[in-house]
Design a protein. Structure first.
Length: 213
């Protein structure tokens, strides 16, 4: 059974920077949040601590729920829609022109959601829903642009994965050209994207986060 947060831990999480999730506290307090999976220590100096996605959820759970328009997923013309992050099994019937139309409809719905919920009605950058559904949002932008997701059988294609970093996802692709194209698509969809190399595996990936301005 997970132990409830202490009052001090709750105050620490609620006081985190609303944009970056940066935390301030004693080393012991921050270490305790790291052990609970609610924070992580940035590997680069000055080694600040930030909320993980779980930490963000813990903070949001104590706040008033957002407007309904901000939490509804973009729907396609056929109803419930899920963008493909890559690697999941896909029924053969879900492929082809019908899927293309469904993805296009969902992307138009996302742009409308941006227009409705961004303070300045901008469709140029991600909205609140995308910031709380990072993998789904990034995958939709990629699939809507025509990129192919990886298949469950290991078929080459992009894979979008969550990361310990707040407000960021990792995108993997079979070769440098595809990876670069994915980064360009996300940048065009209002994300900040940069290529990095995993220290141990030397595997290249794109780290992407929703642009705020």
């Amino acid at each position: 059974m997970t132990r409830p947060l202490t009052a001090a831990q709750r105050r620490l999480i609620e006081a985190a920077d609303p944009g970056t999730g940066r935390l301030k506290g004693t080393e012991a307090q921050l270490t305790a949040l790291v052990k609970r999976g609610l924070a992580f220590r940035h590997p680069r100096p000055p080694h600040d601590h930030f909320l993980t996605p779980a930490g963000h959820r813990a903070r949001e759970a104590r706040n008033e729920p957002p407007r309904q328009a901000e939490v509804e997923a973009p729907a396609s013309s056929t109803g419930v829609f899920a963008a493909r992050a890559g690697g999941e099994p896909v029924p053969p019937a879900a492929e082809g022109p019908a899927r293309t139309r469904e993805v296009g409809s969902a992307w138009q719905g996302m742009l409308e959601l941006r227009r409705m919920t961004n303070p300045d009605a901008s469709t140029e950058r991600p909205c609140a829903w995308e910031r709380t559904h990072l993998v789904q949002a990034a995958a939709l932008a990629l699939e809507a642009a025509g990129h192919r997701p990886a298949g469950a059988d290991g078929e080459d294609g992009y894979r979008v994965r969550d990361t310990p970093q707040p407000d960021a996802v990792a995108v993997y692709a079979p070769d440098a050209a595809v990876l670069r194209a994915c980064a360009e698509t996300l940048e065009g969809a209002g994300w900040q994207a940069g290529e990095y190399t995993e220290p141990r595996t030397r595997r290249r990936y794109v780290l992407a986060s929703p642009r705020r301005v």
